[in-house]
Each structure stands twice: as C-alpha cells, then as structure tokens.
Design a protein around this ligand. Sequence first.
Ligand SMILES: *Cc1c(COP(=O)(O)O)cnc(C)c1O
Length: 388
Amino acid sequence: MSTISPSALGSSSRTRLKPLPFLDLSRMSDEVREEVLAGWAELTRTGQFVGGDAVTRFEEDWAAFCGTRFAVGVANGTDALHLALRALDIGPGDEVVVPANTFVATAEAVVLAGARPRFADVDEDTLLVTPEAIEAAVTPATRAVIVVHLYGQMPDMEAIGAVAERHGLQIVEDAAQAQGAAWRGRRAGSVGTVGCFSFYPGKNLGAFGDAGAVVTSDPAVDARIRSLRDHGRAGSGHYQHDGFGMNSRLDAVQAVVLSAKLRRLEAWNASRRELYNRYWELVDPAVAKLVTQVPEATGVVHLAVARVLERDRVREDLAAAGIATGIHYPTPCHLSPAYTEYADRPLPVAEEAAGQLVSLPMFPHLTSVDVARVAEALNAVAPERTRS
Ligand SMILES: *Cc1c(COP(=O)(O)O)cnc(C)c1O
C-alpha cells in the first residue's frame, strides 16, 4: 500500500492512495522486451512475416504445452472457434450448445459458421456450464457443445463427456481464458475434439495485438484448419484451392511475442493462483461470494470474479478507494439484442448472476499487499449493500 508523502503533494497535507488498475500488462511486457526485440530484428532480416520458422516454432511449443499433437496459429480467438466448427462440418441446419455466461464471441462463432446457438445455464458456484444444462439444451439438431473454461477454470469434463457421448455431440473447448488450466491433469484444449485459444493482449498468454490458435490431436482436423485459415489452400500448391477458406493466419511478429511469454506462463499462472487464494482468505463471504475453485480443476484465474448485491454501489465504493474493477459479463449472451432470436427459455442462474458479477484486479504482478487492500475496501462496504 503506497501513500504519497505530504511533501510530494505540495501544500496539501492529504495522503492519497495510488490508483490500483484492474489489469496492468506492463511488467509482463518488461520481462520479455529484450527477447521480443531480438526476435523481431531477426524477422526484419529474414522477411518471414507471415508463416515461417517463428510461427512453426510457436505452434510446436503450444501443442506440446497443451498436450495435443497439433496446434495451428490463427488470427484471433473468434476465428479459432469459427474455423474449428467449420472443420467439424458444422453449419446451416445444425445447432451448437453454448453457455449463456461467456464472452459474446463464443456464440458469434456459431452464427459465423452458419449454425444456431442453443444457450445453456451455468452453475451457481463456478458459473460454468453444467452437464445437466447441456442436456437440457440438446435437440435432435444439436451437433456440438462449446465448453467455455470461463475465468480460467474447466468444468467437470468427465460428466460433460458422458452427456456428449450419449447425444453424439462433438466437444469444442473455448479455452480463451484458460491457457494452462487442467481438469484432473488434462490440459485445457486437449480434452475435446478441438481446443480454441485467443491470445488477445489481456489473456493469460497475450500477444502484442490479436492472435489465436486451434489445437487438436486429430490429423484430419489439423489439416482442415490449416487449409481453412489460408484461403482453402491444399498442401500441394499456392494457387490450388480445395476448399472455401479465409485469411486467418498468425503473424510471425505475434508468434515471437507468444514464444517469449510462453516460457513464463506457468510462473505467471502460479502467481495468479496464489493471489486468488489470498482473495479467498481475506474477502468476507458475507460481502462477496468469490467463484469457487473446484479441487479436480487446476484453474489459472484469468479473472477474479465475485458476486455481490448492489453491484454498482460496490464498484463505486471501490473506485472511491482507487480500485478499478470490471464486469464479466453484464448481459448473458441470450439477452444481448443481437442474439434474442436464440433466447427460447429463461436461464435463471446466468440471468441473476449477470447483475451481481464484479471482477477484482488480477494480473501476475499484482502483490498480496494490493489484494489485502482490495479485500479491506470490499469488506468495508456498508452491510445493506452486500449479500444478506
Ligand atoms: C477473448 C475471448 C474470445 C475471443 O477471442 P478474440 O481473440 O478476442 O477473438 C472467445 N471466447 C472467450 C471466452 C474469450 O474470453
């Protein structure tokens, strides 16, 4: 907790708290700067800006990290999901189950592929999709489920696997928020047929711009994604187009950043877990109900999310104490104006939670002193503003 000395404030004798950001990427950038600049210098000499060794190296390292045979770099996480669905031949006439509590891109990818999202409710404590909710959303047209490892934690993948098998569904993992997470030791992205990642700068592994990847252990799916991301090109020729694809390649400039950051990802994730445990110890559960971390899941705490009553006033109190917060997400997907045509029934947990969610500061270089400061400010919120 840093205060500014009265002399630093000139004539004022007030002490002021340094603002605490919700997310600060600068220290992560500091750690990789030299390595990234050296890698970029190399690219300017070789001219391999699209594709090339830097991309191949990252793809190999990312597949190894996830425990899959293949990884394909793409332009962003939304494309990763869209291309994964297309690689599985999911399109018009098909339905895909999507949790109602997720970033809109999960549902957007389904619509981009020409299919229809079927929204499913989430668990009270983890806010992740449940096997029961998936089952309740299935119809004869349902071909797949996109399991979102929201906030960095995986749901019960065995129970979801059983539901998927019973109904003949493919499992696509949206692991955009879960780089390095695991369920009973199996890494995010490696459990379903396909795993999709975003490397948007704010993710646990973030590029210096947009980037994404698809991982799979199925050689046919790998080959289809490679072709789809590159204008439907066949391996045999630059102007041979076997399929209708698009341009969604990973830039070498971003691959260099991702390789440098990947070497630090486990340490950064460990730091996030420790900080979250500290929140768990210090935050009064009568004030704010933090998202439960399930023992079988090794979460990577992309976001530190809690539920509070009177959310807007809680956020104002924290802001007055210099603490920035976020909301993930204020509107469940099925109630977003663009998606109301897919909202066919109430999803009570997601709907109630959306009005109560608050995301507390979380990034690897946050300190336990910062966390104590947030917890203190949160616990001091007046009782009528909290859970009963
Ligand atoms: C970030 C994110 C995406 C989309 O990734 P982009 O790289 O921004 O396209 C998809 N799903 C979830 C859960 C995300 O958090």
